[in-house]
Design a binder for this molecule. Sequence first.
Ligand code: FEO
Length: 405
Amino acid sequence: MKAIEIKPDIYWVGAVDWAVRDFHGYITPRGTTYNNYLINDEDITLVDSVKHDFSGTTIDNIKSIVDPSKIVNVVVNHIEPDHASSLDDIMKLAPDANMYITAKGEKGLDRMFDTSKWKMNIVKTGDTLKTGKYTLTFLETPMLHWPDSMMTYIPEAKLLISQDAFGQHMASASRFDDDFTTCASNAELEDAVIEYYANILMPFGPLIKSKIGEVQKLGLDIDMIAPDHGIIWKQNPQKVLNMYLDMANGKADLSVAIIYDTMWHSTAEMSLPISQGIQDEGVDCKVIKLRATPMSVAIKELWKSRGCLIGSPTLNNILFPSVAEFLTHLRGLRPKNRIAGAFGSYGWGGGAVKDAYEEFNRMKLETFEPGIQVNYKPDADDENKCYEFGKEFAKRVKEYHSQFE
Ligand code: FEO
């Protein structure tokens, strides 16, 4: 890739990571990008950096516009290593640059680098930095999604550099939404936004709502949103704002995600009549086997659906390990506005279905009870019961969903 001008004298100087498939445990089938931006104004300013492996790439991109030693300001919107771990390489080239960062960001960077010679400037919401024709206005966004997080707004360019928010883990030759949707599709872009939100931002829905409300109250004129991952929103920035507001308000499809694993196929066999019962009630349904599906995809499918059924065989009186792992991961994401139930097979004592409901209760999810269990292997009578269970669950999902319409 090369530097790309996104606004007059403001350049994308980031890196496309086509190969990454495991992003700190989050599976990224589409790869990702690390976006950072160079403002070639009177005071040359770099906003964010990239993952350390791509230091050389961003430095080459910067060099294609300016001599990096001429950088006067470095803005650090977020200190997670995918955006900050090349800062030491940048600061070696521009040792006199002034760094602009939140107080929490500075504390974090002190733990990651020898910052003793860096010129740190702590900024808060509303603070500004004049670079020449442009003014950078800082907007703290604590816990979106780290304590240090902030965004940078440039009114003269109507540009919001939004760090992780509004991003997607998607490697692409396109930098902008209009190019991407010409070459690929709106549906793929939307899917990538939902997957990113579900896996990273799900716990922060109330904060997202209030922060977007704050931005709206400030009356910021925004015609481009440039996140630190994926596609830049040029044609339709309002689209991603609306998607975030919808998700923060609990929007989901009238559908059910059946997420299960199986030892000797009995739990898998149960999932089929259950899904048929759901469909026969007019509710869409997806069946997802955990060990055949990346965790991040299973999380996304759960998030898209109003109802979720967890299927697990009992192993040593508790949940099957892959199901337990999924539920632990899900609990950390603090899902809301979803209804859950459980099913599974067992040999002697059972325990998995009970454990699943305990997890739902810890997550304070609405539940559909009782779950359904089958001893060893479903026979024809069990299959009928599973079908009826699916029908009853779908009825309950429709009823629960109606409160969000
Ligand atoms: Fe893309 Fe929170 O780092």
